[in-house]
Write a protein that binds this ligand. Sequence first.
Ligand SMILES: Nc1ncnc2c1ncn2[C@@H]1O[C@H](COP(=O)(O)OP(=O)(O)O)[C@@H](O)[C@H]1O
Ligand SMILES: [Mg+2]
Length: 278
Amino acid sequence: MALIEFDHASYSYDASGRALDDVSLSVERGEYVVVLGHNGSGKSTLARCMNALVVPDEGAVRVMGLDTADPDAQVEIRRHVGMVFQNPDNQMVTSVVADDVAFGPENLGIPQPQIVQRVDRALEAVAMTPYAQADPAELSGGQKQRVGIAGMLAMEPDVLVLDEPGAMLDPRGRRGVRRVVRALNERGITIVHITHFMDDALEAGRIVVMDDGRPVLDGTPDEVFRHGPELRAMGLEQPFAMRLATRLRELGVPEQAAPDTPHLDVLEEALCRSLSNM
Ligand SMILES: Nc1ncnc2c1ncn2[C@@H]1O[C@H](COP(=O)(O)OP(=O)(O)O)[C@@H](O)[C@H]1O
Ligand SMILES: [Mg+2]
């Protein structure tokens, strides 16, 4: 059974049109999925469907087989699917980091000794243990997002859905969030990361590109980023390595030395190997 399954799901906020248009898509356990797409393409709506904040008007979204439209299933669904949003300030509810992280499990009615353990583990997972007693207001944006992630982890979710968590962060803050998210995925947590930063996208095992309420490209970064003209038509760029390799090939550098890869380290390796053989 897929962890998250969109089955011909459509949704409209109002009469102006469909925010999601007949989406069929599965996320399997353990995946690291990045969702790309221009503004208004339906990424946030897709994310909200994953924890029943939005319920489709047509079709269905199921989380571990539970229908998000079933009011009796929604509490359980939200325990399986943790959400992290763009603005870290909106996710802070108390004036002590550890209390903030404890907020979710307290609402679940978890006994106090277990909460303490969960909070410790969650703060450790996001490298924020030294800040357990700090005031969230004094943290950087990136640290706040990591506390937000810890708050979700304390609920022990199966999936973490992050909707542009780096949008308000500097590159350093984003790097910190990316590192934490990667480590969580390595520990088995399924990741759905909505972003418009290329560095984030290259972390993914799979990329889904949304356009006009629909997934239009779906595959590994290598596969998806090969669609240069389609991506450009949707206002998206190819990664730097691919643009550079294309330029090099246009200048006569052989494919072997300038392969079509989104990963700069792969290109670097191929280029250096060919140059050292010249
Ligand atoms: N709360 C809302 N009320 C009305 N329309 C909305 C609302 N949120 C999003 N939309 C519309 O739904 C479409 C998809 O939006 P959204 O899912 O937020 O896309 P993205 O996250 O990719 O920018 C857009 O046309 C947007 O204007
Ligand atoms: Mg959005």
